[in-house]
Ligand binder design. Sequence first.
Ligand SMILES: [Zn+2]
Length: 74
Amino acid sequence: MQNTHAFTEPWPKGVVARYLTLAGATVDVTGGGEDTGYQCSGCPYSSGPYWRDDIAHGHAQGHAEKCRGLPRPS
Ligand SMILES: [Zn+2]
C-alpha cells in the first residue's frame, strides 16, 4: 500500500503546519502566535488555542505520534 496523499494534496486554507500520524492522517496546525490551535483529521480530537505557537506545535506532534485514527476516505 502506498500513501502519498499527505504529501501531494494542497493544504487547506489556514493550515500552517501538518504532522503525519502513524495511520496516515494529519494533525493540522492553524493560526499563529497567541491563537494557535490544531485538529486531527483521523479522529475528532482538536485542541487550542494555545498562547504560544511552539506549545501548540508540540502538542500537535504529540497527538500525531499516538493517534491511530485513519484518514477519512476522500
Ligand atoms: Zn487523532
